[in-house]
Design a binder for this molecule. Structure first.
Ligand SMILES: [Mg+2]
Length: 225
């Protein structure tokens, strides 16, 4: 989700700059590797905790903008014949707000009326406040169901290990995805993001440079295999 559907890196930089203006920071063009915390650590040890405090703040995930074209592409994919779309996302370890807020990200773009804006406020209040994740997460998922339909709730996969999920394609900005399964069923399409654009891929691996790039051709090529 982050780096493919939601603009994580830009938000981290913006918030880091606001909270720690005197500290050195990494502009997006300087980012390397999916672990933002580790690259900040390489600047200075204590910057790792500072940058982590930015994205571990309650409410951080609520303010992420969608990546241009992402929601339209996912909606289009959803309605394509013989195509099933799931959102496979890894919650941050030790961070209970993240799961609820990631669910909220899916709700937000489809809401419009004043009544829905009021509901959205209520959701934000719930997600940023003191809560018990079990029932709160359930409440958010009910809202996803209301706005996107019951099938969409079943299309969210929260896992720390994406290798055990079965699929034909996985669009992900993390250049190397490892886990318990050494031979995942999916082909990993590297989604270009500031931190991975310099990664040299072997000839057999494919990229999607943005959602304006030809993702349909990738789906079609997979169907022919
Ligand atoms: Mg990601």
């Amino acid at each position: 989700m982050d780096g493919v559907l939601a603009e994580f890196e830009g938000a981290v930089l913006r918030e880091f700059r606001a909270r720690f203006p005197a500290e050195p920071r990494l502009e997006l063009a300087e980012r390397r590797g999916s672990a933002v915390r580790e690259q900040y650590r390489s600047l200075r040890e204590e910057l790792a905790a500072k940058v982590a405090s930015v994205y571990e703040s309650p409410g951080f995930f609520l303010d992420l903008d969608p990546i241009p074209g992402a929601l339209e592409a996912v909606q289009e994919m959803l309605h394509m014949k013989d195509t099933e779309v799931f959102i496979c996302t890894s919650p941050l370890r030790k961070y209970e707000h993240c799961i609820v807020e990631k669910s909220h990200f899916i709700v937000e773009p489809v809401q419009g009326s004043p009544k829905e804006a009021k509901r959205r406020k209520e959701v934000k209040g719930v997600a940023t406040g003191d809560f018990k994740p079990s029932w709160e997460a359930e409440a958010i998922l009910c809202r996803v169901e209301k706005h996107l339909g019951p099938e969409f709730v079943e299309r969210i996969i929260l896992t720390r290990d994406k290798t055990v999920v079965a699929a034909d394609l996985l669009f992900d900005d993390k250049d190397t995805i490892q886990g318990a399964e050494p031979n995942p069923s999916w082909e990993h399409i590297l989604f270009t993001c500031c931190h991975d654009r310099h990664v040299q891929l072997p000839a057999w691996r494919r990229r999607l440079r943005s959602w304006a790039d030809d993702w349909k051709a990738i789906l079609e090529s997979k169907r022919r295999q």
